[in-house]
Design a protein around this ligand. Structure first.
Ligand SMILES: C[S@@+](CC[C@H](N)C(=O)[O-])C[C@H]1O[C@@H](n2cnc3c(N)ncnc32)[C@H](O)[C@@H]1O
Ligand code: SF4
Length: 386
């Protein structure tokens, strides 16, 4: 069977934060350099060197030669890194694997650790999309989340990003916050909308194991209250020109969808560099093999050796892995893409499609399969049919 090469995205993880938020289970570690929470230039230099070394090894071991279709620098707090560090990193990547001229290049920034000069520097370094971790504009809610920034600083950060020339901005907001009601959540959306962001990621707060909130959970809205916040919030966003294209992702029109995240949801390939970063890479010859990669999780271990654990995805897991990603999208997926990305014939989906259609959770035509609104809401049940 002939299969096309999927796009190749690049994820780069920066594992440090000034403070650990009580709800966060990402690979983020409190920075402590001689008692200071600032990333000093020595550590920054070592980390960027190690990221490029890590990339060299992935290129060699997986025979990578494609252009990079998107870059996402996430964390942790990438905005602790200086613009000069980001510029050296992106130049180093581009020398090894060319970054496509039209590539989306995103950097996640925390409101407290960024200013206009820094944002201008990131733009000059090649970053063309900023993702700001706003979470809420309410001081009370930000305190309840243990955040270091205030509502005023959140607004300042967005205005600074615009003044620095960014015309593609994502704002991360969380709903279902302690003691939040529907009005509070809609007030956050209205405040975000007043800055006209091109993209909004509107997450529901999840309580994850191994977090402070897991052991000491604050009083959260009840299930019906959260359903009301979600339903009214979605309607509000739709009425104000945002298109929901994924469970938590809303964009102003098709052109502002996150190309990088779409690569994950379309089961495309991505290199994962940095402490604890995950990657997914497909080799086409001599056999079709998909490998998941994970790098040393603890920053100091990564700095010492940047070890990689590589695990081939078993053919039996491919169907579920593909569907877990693709069915998060309102538009679902093309049957031809299922074959291209998994190496499996579309007939492998027949039983699943029959069951999903019979239960009203899927819609399909000759080429495309997508979840119904009910299917999207009941995604976990839908995936049990696989
Ligand atoms: C890992 S953070 C990195 C960005 C940045 N450090 C920040 O927090 O502003 C990416 C986003 O994930 C979301 N997030 C993290 N933990 C979450 C949780 N438990 N529930 C819902 N959203 C969460 C937040 O919106 C956050 O902006
Ligand atoms: S700033 Fe972001 S990455 Fe860091 S601990 Fe808080 S939520 Fe996690």
């Amino acid at each position: 069977m002939r299969v096309n090469k999927p796009p190749l995205a690049l994820y780069i993880h920066f594992p440090w934060c000034e403070k650990k938020c009580p709800y966060c289970d990402f690979n983020s570690h409190v920075l402590d350099v001689g008692g200071s929470a600032k990333l000093d230039s020595e550590l920054e230099t070592l980390y960027v060197d190690q990221l490029l070394f890590d990339l060299d090894r992935d290129i060699e071991d997986f025979h990578l030669e494609a252009q990079i279709s998107s870059v996402f620098m996430g964390g942790g707090t990438p905005s602790l890194v200086s613009p000069a560090g980001i510029a050296r990193l992106l130049e180093g990547v581009d020398r090894r694997l060319p970054i496509a001229s039209e590539a989306e290049c995103t950097l996640e920034a925390n409101p407290g650790s960024s200013d206009q000069i820094k944002f201008q520097g990131y733009r000059a370094a090649g970053v063309n999309r900023l993702s700001l971790g706003i979470q809420s504009f309410s001081d009370k809610k930000l305190q309840a989340l243990g955040r270091l920034h205030s509502g005023a600083e959140a607004k300042d950060a967005i205005a600074s990003a615009r003044r620095a020339g960014f015309d593609n901005i994502n704002l991360d907001l969380i709903h279902g916050l302690p003691n939040q009601n529907t009005d509070d959540a809609l007030t956050d959306l209205a405040c975000a909308n007043s800055f006209n962001p091109e993209h909004l990621s509107w997450y529901q707060l999840t309580i994850e194991p191994n977090t402070v909130f897991f052991n000491r959970t604050p009083k959260l809205p009840s299930e019906p209250e959260i359903e009301d916040i979600s339903a009214q919030g979605r309607t509000w966003l739709y009425d104000h020109g945002y298109e929901q294209y994924e469970v938590s992702a809303f964009s102003r029109g098709e052109n502002h969808r996150s190309l990088h995240n779409l690569t994950y949801w379309h089961f495309g390939d991505y290199i994962g560099l940095g402490a604890g970063a995950h990657g997914k890479l497909t080799e086409h010859h001599p056999d079709f093999v998909i490998t998941r990669t994970r790098k040393s999780r603890v920053p100091n271990d990564y700095l010492k050796a940047a070890k990689r654990i590589a695990t081939p995805v078993e053919p039996a897991e491919l169907k579920l892995e593909f569907l877990m990603n693709a069915l998060r999208l309102n538009q679902g997926f093309l049957l031809s893409q299922f074959t291209e990305r998994t190496g499996l014939a579309s007939s492998a989906l027949t039983d699943f499609l029959d069951a999903g259609l019979a239960q009203g959770l899927l819609i399909r035509d000759d080429q495309n399969v997508r979840p119904t609104p009910r299917g999207l809401e009941l995604l976990d049940s839908l995936l049990l049919l696989v």
